[in-house]
Design a protein around this ligand. Structure first.
Ligand code: XMP
Length: 495
């Protein structure tokens, strides 16, 4: 029997990933790692001081992670496996976490009680509440300290607040320097901004001013608030979700779909761009130059690249599809550069050197899942095993993530829960797994290693900035023996 095939083995393209290559050292005039700049574009318009992004996964990014990363100069993408209300609430927490002026500070009336104030202070983790009347005129201020030691929760706030007559306020348009002087001179921590009629317009806090100093690289919008991106899907309520996220001042919408080179993704980009005007939209995931081009032509302001490289992914095993990540980055970046659109390399980063390789290959930033899933700031649950602390992580196409999503979307009743779970088990072909990651402490430590590795890598290349790195980088394909040589060897490792 004659078997014909359209393929010849020699026609096959070769796909490479991070461990298949190394970067050849180049002459360097860099004296210190501190000299290099890691400034980059996240989207066409949004810049980052470090090219690090946390993944839109439910065990990686909610508000706590997004705040931590934005403070360090990167950004977080809040995942979409939440109700619209809950995703909006996560975005709001980030936008409220600090700013030059909090434009819509939390307020109560003088008739509210100490207990109500305590609840609100705890819920929003704030230091104080401005007390206003029905016309938003300022009556006083209640701080955490005013009520902390008050055991009688039913006392009205009018009796514990600092009254307007003793309050220091400032007019609108005050500069940060002026605000700093007023706060310092009067030894107060909160400065309500009021108009000529004493109406509340905003609030400046000493804590936020201090944070500006503490986090000089922070990723901020033009109002001084931390930036945050938020994910939507491509079906169902995604337009409503996008609308609500933008109303909450999300800075970027990320269209998140496993196979981004698809009709639904392209239509979703067009619809969001058409409906919401100049919103920054990231779309993905793709792994080819064709996919990248089509998303850019549809209007994407950045393209997320990576099909199957992630630590919790089994897409390649289940479907047979995917492109080794380094090749995917190189091919996508080549076409994206012509359009001035940044590439986000998503998935498969295991070592700091992989960040350097991803950027050298053309990416403008890297998205990280599992390396961050083990940190304090991730929303994943903590698990103790044999006295060792772990955090749980899972692929968003894993069986349990799929079951949770179905339960949430079906507004199930308890009596139908088992039935729905069985249905999901029956119908799902998971493309992700779940697992435990040793607890790693604060995300800042992990970011320090990643960015430290990148800076060091740049000095090995003589690259003063990331553009330089891309231009000067020379990849060498290595053999299995070369890879083994790169690992620690012939010692009994103790640290
Ligand atoms: P790392 O390697 O950083 O990768 O953990 C994170 C990225 O993995 C993708 N992701 C998935 N891919 N099945 C997949 O094939 C899944 O269930 C899944 N969940 C997440 C995603 O792009 C993420 O940013």
């Amino acid at each position: 029997m004659h078997v014909s095939t359209q393929y010849q083995v020699q026609d096959f393209k070769i796909g490479l990933t991070f461990d298949d290559v190394l970067l050849a050292p180049k002459f360097s005039d860099i004296r210190s790692r501190k000299e290099v700049s890691t400034d980059t574009l996240f989207t066409r318009k949004v810049r980052l001081n470090i090219p690090i992004v946390s993944a839109n996964m439910d065990t990686v990014t909610e508000a706590t992670m997004a705040i931590a990363l934005a403070r360090l100069g990167g950004i977080g993408v809040v995942h979409r496996f939440l109700s619209i209300e809950d995703e909006v609430a996560e975005v709001t927490k980030v936008k409220r976490s600090e700013g030059i002026v909090i434009e819509d500070p939390i307020t109560l009336t003088a008739e509210h009680t100490v207990q109500e104030a305590k609840n609100i202070i705890k819920k929003h983790n704030i230091g104080g509440i401005v007390i206003i009347d029905q016309e938003r005129k300022v009556l006083g201020l209640v701080t955490r300290r005013d009520i902390e030691l008050e055991d009688n929760g039913s006392i009205k706030l009018v009796h514990v607040m600092t009254p307007r007559s003793r309050l220091v306020t400032a007019p609108p348009g005050i500069s940060i320097e002026e605000a700093k002087q007023i706060l310092f001179k009067n030894k107060v921590e909160k400065l309500p901004i009021v108009d000529a009629e004493n109406r509340l317009l905003g609030l400046i806090t000493a804590k936020d001013i201090l944070k500006r100093k503490q986090f000089p690289l922070a990723t901020k919008d033009d109002k001084g608030r931390l930036r945050v991106a938020a994910a939507v899907g491509v079906r169902g309520d995604f337009m409503q979700r996008a609308q609500r996220l933008l109303d909450a001042d999300a800075d970027i919408i990320v269209i998140d779909i496993a196979h981004g080179h698809s009709f639904h993704c392209i239509e979703a980009i067009k619809a969001i761009k058409k409906e919401f005007g100049d919103v920054e939209v990231i779309a993905g995931n793709v792994a080819t130059s064709e996919g990248t081009t089509d998303l850019i032509k549809a209007g994407a302001d950045a393209v997320k690249v990576g099909v199957g490289p992630g630590s919790i992914c089994i897409t390649r095993l289940v479907t047979g599809f995917g492109v080794p990540q380094l090749t995917a980055i190189i091919e996508s970046s080549k076409v994206a550069e012509d359009y001035g659109v940044p590439i986000i390399a998503d998935g498969g980063i295991r070592h700091p050197g992989d960040v350097t390789k991803a950027i050298a290959a053309g990416a403008s930033s890297v998205m990280i899942g599992s390396l961050f899933a083990g940190t304090e700031e991730s929303p994943g649950p903590t698990v103790l095993r044999n006295g060792i602390r772990y955090k749980l992580t899972r692929g968003m196409a894993s069986l349990t993530a799929t079951i949770d999503r179905r339960l949430r979307e079906s507004s199930y009743t308890d009596s139908r829960e088992n039935e729905l779970v069985e249905e999901a088990i029956e119908e799902t072909v998971p493309e992700g797994v779940e697992g435990l990651i040793p607890y790693k402490g604060r995300v800042e430590e992990v970011v320090k290693q990643l960015v430290g590795g990148l800076r060091s890598g740049m000095s090995y290349c003589g690259a003063h900035n990331l553009k330089d790195l891309k231009l000067k980088a020379q990849f060498i394909r290595i053999t299995e023996a070369g890879y083994r040589e790169s690992l620690p060897h012939d010692i009994e490792r103790v640290a």
